[in-house]
Design a protein around this ligand. Sequence first.
Ligand SMILES: [Zn+2]
Ligand SMILES: [Zn+2]
Length: 475
Amino acid sequence: MFLNRLPKVLVFAALFLAASAVWADFSTLPTLPDGGRVRSVNHYFDLTPRIAPADVETTIVIQPLFDHVRFREDCKYELTYTAMDQVYAPQSPMHGKAKPVTPADNRLTLSFFLAGEQEHLLVLEEINADKRRVMGEFHLYTVKSDLLPLRPFKGDFHMHSNNSDGAESAPYVAGACRRVGLDWMALSDHRKYEPSAKLPEAFQGVPIDLRIYPGEECHSPDNPVHIIAFGHNAAIRDLYMETAEPQARAEIAQLQDKMKKVPEGVVKFHYASCKWVTDKIHERGGLAMLCHPYWVTGGAHNDAEPLLGALLDSGFFDMFELVSGNGSSDADAYDSNVLQAARYAEARANGLKIPVCGISDSHGCESNETFGRNFTVCFSPTAELADLQTAIKKGNCTAVEIMRGERPQVEGAFRLVKYTLFLLREIFPQHDELCVEEGRLMLSHSAGKADAVDRLKACQGQVKALYDRYWFTGK
Ligand SMILES: [Zn+2]
Ligand SMILES: [Zn+2]
C-alpha cells in the first residue's frame, strides 16, 4: 500500500539501489587474470583436507582464521551435508538434515565417511537464541586412490615471443605466464627451438617455481600442418631448414614410397611429412601436438578435411590441440574451437583415443585474449617434464577455455572434467593469487630490479605448501 503511494520512479530507484548493493559486494572482490575469484569463505576459513580419499572415513577440520568468523561460546552450531552426485554409503553423514556439531578450541573437527568420486557440500550454521545465520558453505572433493597422489598443474606450451612473431621478449613471457597462474610453460616460436631452450638461463639462480620447458612450432617445407613439439632435447627446425632441407625432402620421399595407400583426398606428401616431423620429435624426447586444424587462414581451414581425418587416425600424434588460441576477435576464430570440440567428440565416439590440450597460442601476453584463459591441466605427481609428458600420454589432462565474462569450458575424460571444474572454483583461485605475486616479481627481476630475487625467495614453495595443506596425504 505504501509503495502504491510513492511515485513509480522512486520505487524503481529503491529496487535498483538494493540490487546494486548486492552486486557491489560481489563485484568488489578482486578478479584473477582468468576471471576467477576466491570465494570469501575460502579466505575466512581453513578447511583441511579439501581433496580427500573416496570411500573411507576422513577427519576434516574447519578452522576460522579471523575474529569475525570465530566460534562463540554463547552459540550453537549445525551442519548440513550434501553429496553432489547423490552417492551415499550407509556410513555417510546424514544428508539434507541439519545436525548439531560442537567446536572446540575455535575449530570444528569432524570424522566423515565420504562416498564416491564427487564434490561434497557442508553448510555450517550458527544459532544464537532464535537467530540463525549461515557461517559458510564449504566444498570438498573426494577422489579414488589412482587420482589422490596426483596434483593439478596448469600449463601452456603453445605461445610465441619476439624471437618469432610474438610481442614480448622470452623472459617477459615467462613472468607473465606465472602472473596468470601457470605452473609450467614452453615457448613454441615458429621454426625456433633455441629461445625456449635458453629461457631458463634468464632465471639462473633466481628462486622461481614456474617450470620452463622446451617447445617449438614446426613447419616442415610445403606442409601446411602446424605441429608443436613439447619437451624435446634438440631443434627439429635444424633437420628441415636451410642446408638440411634436401635431406629432409629425401627422407619424406622415402616414407611416401613405403606408404602404399593414403585415404582418398589426402595429399600423400603432407601425410608423410607429418609422419616424418612427429618421428623426429619422438626421437628427441618430445611430444607432438596436432595444432589448430580449424584455424581459418586465407578463407580456408588450415588442415584439409581428408588430411585431418587421416592424421587423427594415424597415431602419429600424442595430443590434439582441442582448445586453440583465438588470435583475432573474428567470429571464425571462435568457431574453430567449437569445430575442434565437435570433431573430437565424433572421432572419440568412433573409437579414437587421443589426449586433448588447451593452449593460448599467445602472440602477446598483454594483448592476447586467450593468454592465461586457455590452458592445459595435467594431473601428475610433480610438474617435472617427464611426469607431465607421461600425464599427457595417459590422457591425465584436461583442456580449459575461459572466455571473458563466462564460466569455463573443460574437455577431456568425464571424471577429470568434473574434478577440474571443482578445482577451477575452489582451489585454483587461491593457487592463482599466489602466482600473481610471483609473476609480478619475475617481471620485476627481468626489468632489472635488484630486490626481486629476495622477494621471490620469500615466495618460493608457496603453491606447494597450499597443495600440501589441501590434499589428504594420510598424515
Ligand atoms: Zn600455428
Ligand atoms: Zn602458434
